[in-house]
Unconditional design. Structure first.
Length: 277
């Protein structure tokens, strides 16, 4: 039987970027713990698909969706107003929205990820979603938590690459000259490290109101990657494999519930041990 401390019955959790792979897993984790989830995403079609996926296993009445661009302050405030109009109390915020830039597509370079040629537009767009979006969401939804003085949780989804440097060798492709070889974009490390810094700031900012802030730093999640990449990445992980998509659910449940009531300002790294090698 699940400990009562993990029970989120009566709680409402907002998930930004909630219609993607990890967002749906986060929503599933919270629904398993009896929370009502408020899924936001920039894509209405993905929101619709996410709802359909979740309704297979969970009560549709516990799934609320809003189209929301985390980089658009007016859209965020519109969602805040709708939540207030529906007399919904925000208990949990999961900052999950991010851009996962595609570098290689069928062997052709779509956009250079190399530092020397990384565009300012790409930098601004990715920082805007992954870091500025988390700031705006925390500012607005966190303020709702603070206003009624009933506590809350802000959970930032970072990465094991918030604490280690990417190994660019695993992205190399045969037949591409060195100066054009794909690498993990600089924005990824900057954003994920920034989220950990934001976690520390938020952990003390509203602590007197019992609003806790922590980060979860997942390792690589298997999502139909090609065999060569899986082999390369798995060789860097002591457990010898990538994560299954549902293996972070228990951590989400722990960090968003009273089971972690004395945890604040921490970055929980779940990467199969990659960051300790």
């Amino acid at each position: 039987m699940t400990s009562e401390k993990f029970n989120l019955a009566g709680k409402h959790a907002i998930i930004t970027g909630g219609a993607g792979l990890l967002g749906i897993e986060h929503a599933s984790a919270l629904l398993e713990s009896n929370a009502t989830v408020i899924i936001t995403d920039i894509s209405e079609s993905l929101l619709s698909k996410a709802r359909e996926t979740l309704e297979v296993n969970f009560n549709p009445e516990k799934i609320i969706t809003f189209k929301m661009d985390v980089t658009d302050l007016e859209e965020i405030r519109a969602v805040v107003n709708q939540i207030e109009d529906q007399d919904i109390r925000v208990d949990i915020l999961v900052n999950n929205a991010a851009i996962d830039p595609k570098v290689i597509d069928d062997g052709n370079i779509v956009e250079s990820s190399r530092l020397e040629t990384f565009s300012l537009d790409s930098w601004n767009t990715q920082i805007s979603v992954g870091l500025t979006g988390a700031f705006l969401a925390s500012q607005n939804f966190g303020s709702l938590m603070a206003r009624d003085k009933k506590g809350g949780v802000i959970l930032n989804i970072a990465s094991d690459l918030s604490v280690i440097s990417p190994d660019h060798r695993i992205y190399r492709k045969e037949g591409i000259e060195d100066k054009s070889q794909p690498v993990k974009p600089i924005t990824y490390s900057v954003i994920k490290s920034g989220l950990v810094g934001m976690t520390l700031y938020l952990a003390t900012y509203w602590s007197d109101l019992n609003i806790r802030s922590n980060a979860l730093s997942p390792g690589g999640i298997y999502n139909e990657h090609d065999d060569e990449f899986v082999t390369k990445l798995s060789s860097l992980i002591p457990l010898g494999r990538m994560a299954n998509r549902d293996e972070y659910r228990s951590a989400i449940q722990f960090l968003c519930s009273d089971a972690s009531s004395y945890m604040n300002g921490q970055n929980i790294i779940m990467d199969g041990g990659r960051s300790i090698w």
